[in-house]
Design a protein around this ligand. Structure first.
Ligand code: SF4
Length: 258
């Protein structure tokens, strides 16, 4: 599998435009991407669907000790984190002990980095699991993916594995009562014999309609940044992304292009 992978459980801190000094958590394997989506633009590369591949997820105890040690090291330094961010090589909420790990993270944050906001970048695919949703609702910033509000486009872009549907995801997003951030990556291009474009008027109308219902704190809008596993995807120019952001703002929802 080609693509960019984080080779550590806890990485950084990195200086992030959107999150400040952010200590990253990769709750996924360090040698493999592990996700229940297979987004055609994923910068980690294609999802490995070979069932023979051994997936090793971090152990809860090891994670807790490592996080506490790292936060203690950073205490009082210029790199004391503004954010503790779950990102990494796949989808963090599929870790079977995700909820318990969130409790450990909150405890460690309160003890060693009380000013740090806990953020999670998630594809929102596990919101049908009450334990996952309850855990997410305990953190400061849920940054949840919504690349299209049309089921067929969602399947073509995100290539959800295991029967995950967009309607189920939207149901989960609505349950946050607006206390969430939506992230959307816009692009166009051909893949697998289909021309995919989530910037068409039909796409944007459906997406804006759902955004109004979800009523997020704000919307993060992205172009393609790094190399993509599907070749021939086009980066959307910033002026076009800004025009999309303005349509979001016209609905009374904050939006920013990154
Ligand atoms: S959800 Fe994220 S990690 Fe999973 S395939 Fe999509 S971009 Fe990659």
């Amino acid at each position: 599998m080609s693509g960019f992978l984080f080779d550590e459980l806890i990485f950084g801190p990195v200086h992030s435009r959107r999150l400040g000094v952010s200590l990253g958590i990769n709750l996924l394997p360090t040698d493999n991407k592990y996700c229940n989506f297979n987004c055609i633009y994923c910068e980690c590369g294609w999802t490995n669907k070979d069932k023979g591949v051994k997936i090793v997820l971090p152990k809860r105890d090891n994670f807790k000790t490592k996080l506490e040690n790292r936060l203690q090291e950073l205490q009082g330094t210029v790199n004391e984190p503004d954010a503790i961010t779950f990102a990494g090589n796949g989808e963090p909420t599929i870790h079977p002990l995700f909820a318990e790990i969130i409790d450990d993270t909150i405890e460690a944050r309160d003890k060693f980095a009380p000013k740090a906001a806990i953020s999670i970048l998630s594809n929102a695919s596990m919101l049908h699991k009450p334990k996952v949703t309850e855990a997410l609702k305990k953190v400061d910033k849920n940054i949840l993916k919504l690349d299209s509000a049309i089921e067929s486009t969602f399947q073509k872009i995100n290539q959800a594995i295991g029967g995950i549907t967009l309607s189920k995801i939207i149901e989960g997003l609505l349950s946050f009562d607006g206390k969430l951030i939506i992230q959307t990556l816009f692009f166009r291009g051909e893949y697998n014999g289909h021309f995919i474009d989530n910037t068409t008027d039909e796409e944007l109308k459906a997406w804006l309609e759902i955004l109004e219902k979800i009523n997020p704190e704000y919307v993060m809008i992205y172009p393609i940044d790094r190399g993509t596993p599907a070749k021939g995807l086009e980066k959307i120019p910033y002026d076009e992304l800004n025009a999309i952001a303005n349509r979001v703002k016209a609905k009374g929802i904050a939006a920013k292009v990154y």
